[in-house]
Ligand binder design. Structure first.
Ligand code: SGN
Ligand code: CA
Length: 508
């Protein structure tokens, strides 16, 4: 009897303690990283061994989507678990993020979490919900970037940090983890600038992808018949990608030294850039190309710069995974890798994002937490970036606020297969750079209905089964009338369920 009595408090104590050990959260969010170039998504051209490690030790989401395919709005949706019309950050060009609103990191702080955002956020410089932050000023720079840093209730300071941006961000993240109180859980968000335009690799990655045979996407010479908004965009590799600014084909490296971003390079960084790009320019000059041949050449150079820039980031993702392992944090840490949206790798002839077409509507997303998430698995159910906040809140035992648009997909992480979402609602607002018309729409996985407004006023309907590349708008086809009617109903239902008043006024 006495032995049992002695044993009981012990059991209570140990199980109670186990419940208190909340998981740590590490979210690595990159910028404009395409699933088409990630090994874990089947890419044969992208070399991403460390992202692929997350896939081997965890799960790949094959159908993760964003609510608004652009940087600031995507991060705002991640933080708030809400659509742009609810969190107020609709576009990069005119919106200001109101940090007084609730975010999942504020909720985690209430649970005793130590929180930080390090790197690119693109939602201003006065953050709330983080004990510490050190963020890029605006888009930041690939080399010797400026950071704004602050501790809670502490002074804010702006500093230029010498080095390659992904290295600097990672060093800051590792340093922050080293300082943590080990008794309390933490949530760290690492925001990378890579692989954003103008795709500038760490010089050690020059040459890594240069000799690969990179196939041209079958839609590279798309003529956009039946798709008005697609026809008038300004994100074409052929027409809009610049030989100098984007592809670094400078006739005079001496004069470019005095201009941004090269005016902030050290001499050594500059010499390495010049030594790599100048011979490529000379070669092209000696045998100039035109028309389609030049477009293909530009595509190839774009891909090489992009893939090299991705390698510079992937190595840094590896450093974070290694740190967690070396410090016995692996078992109890949820690692999330995602991009703020997908990106065009020459499909439709494009770079950039914004459209509700699959390449930019979808985003890569992988997660791992050994012992909780099964290794080497895939989730084929549709989820949205707004679903991440409630999932993390549920995982950590926090209450999920009722006003979120997101739905927790924790059951999917546990291996269940019941869908979280049967259709996805999307709304893109920006009406400026790259000339993509504002639009909203709904996808049920098979059919996608899109309504463009402002710049273009029309509808598109695609059957993803017979037309996965989204080349043939069948909205006006007589035979599709019943599908149009069904999808409009679905769109209306989604608009009402998320309370998007602006879209509601335009749906008929
Ligand atoms: C910059 C880029 C655009 C890009 C936007 C949005 N131009 O303005 O090409 O679409 O950012 O990107 S650049 O000349 O400044 O590189 S986002 O990732 O911030 O949404
Ligand atoms: Ca982006």
């Amino acid at each position: 009897m006495r032995a049992i009595l002695l044993f009981l408090p012990f059991v209570f104590f140990t199980t109670g303690f186990a419940q208190q050990k909340k998981p740590n959260i590490v979210i690595i969010i990159s910028d404009d990283h395409s699933y088409q170039t990630i090994g874990a998504y089947g890419s044969t051209i992208g070399n991403t061994p460390h992202i692929d490690r997350i896939a081997k030790e965890g799960v790949v989401f094959n159908k993760a989507y964003v609510t608004n395919s652009i940087c600031g709005p995507s991060r705002a949706s991640l933080l708030t678990g809400k659509y742009s019309h609810h969190n107020g950050f609709k576009d990069n060009e005119t919106s200001n993020f109101n940090f007084n609103q609730d975010t999942f990191t504020k909720q985690l702080q209430k649970q005793g979490y130590q929180t930080a955002w390090i790197g690119k956020i693109h939602l201003g410089n006065k953050l709330q919900g983080f004990d510490y932050y050190s963020v890029l000023v605006g888009q930041g720079q690939y080399f010797n970037s400026d950071f704004i840093s602050a501790r809670s209730a502490g002074e804010e300071k702006k500093e230029r940090e010498e080095g390659y941006v992904a290295d600097v961000i990672t060093d800051k993240a590792l340093n922050w983890m080293q300082e943590l109180n080990e008794e309390e859980p933490f949530c760290l968000i690492i925001g990378h600038k890579n692989t954003h335009r103008t795709w500038m690799p760490d010089p050690q990655d020059f040459g890594k992808n240069d000799d690969k045979v990179i196939p041209i996407p079958e839609t590279f010479f798309d003529q956009y018949e039946t798709r008005k908004a697609a026809a008038i965009q300004e994100m074409s590799i052929d027409k809009d990608m610049q030989m100098e600014y984007d592809l670094k084909m400078f006739s005079s490296w001496d004069s470019i030294r005095k201009q941004g971003p090269f005016n902030r390079f050290t001499d050594s960084q500059f010499q390495q850039y010049r030594a790599y790009y100048e011979p490529i320019y000379q070669e092209l000059k000696s045998a100039p190309l035109q028309g389609k041949e030049l477009a293909k050449w530009k595509y190839n150079r774009y891909m090489i710069d992009y893939l090299n820039t991705a390698e510079s980031m992937d190595r840094n993702i590896g450093k974070v995974l290694d740190y967690l392992k070396a410090n016995n944090l692996e078992e109890n840490t949820l690692v999330v890798y995602l991009s703020d949206q997908g990106f065009y790798m020459g499909e439709h002839g494009w770079f950039d994002k914004r459209f509700m077409y699959e390449e930019s509507f979808r985003t890569p997303m992988l997660m791992k937490m050994p012992g909780y998430i099964q290794k080497s698995t895939k989730i084929d159910q549709m989820v949205l970036n707004v679903d991440i906040a409630p999932t993390i809140l549920e995982l950590t035992g926090a209450t999920v606020p009722k006003d979120l648009d997101g739905k927790s997909f924790l059951s999917l992480l546990k291996g269940k297969s019941k869908p979280i979402r049967k259709q996805l609602f999307y709304h893109y607002y920006e009406n400026g750079e790259h000339a993509v018309s504002p639009h909203f729409g709904v996808s049920d996985g098979r059919y996608k209905l899109i309504r463009y407004y402002k710049r273009v006023d029309n509808w598109e309907l695609f059957d993803l089964k017979s037309d996965p590349r989204e080349l043939k708008n069948i909205y006006d086809e007589e035979s599709q009338k019943h599908i149009v009617a069904r999808m409009k109903k679905l769109l209306l239902k989604e608009i009402k369920s998320v309370g998007d008043v602006e879209a509601l006024a335009l749906v008929n």
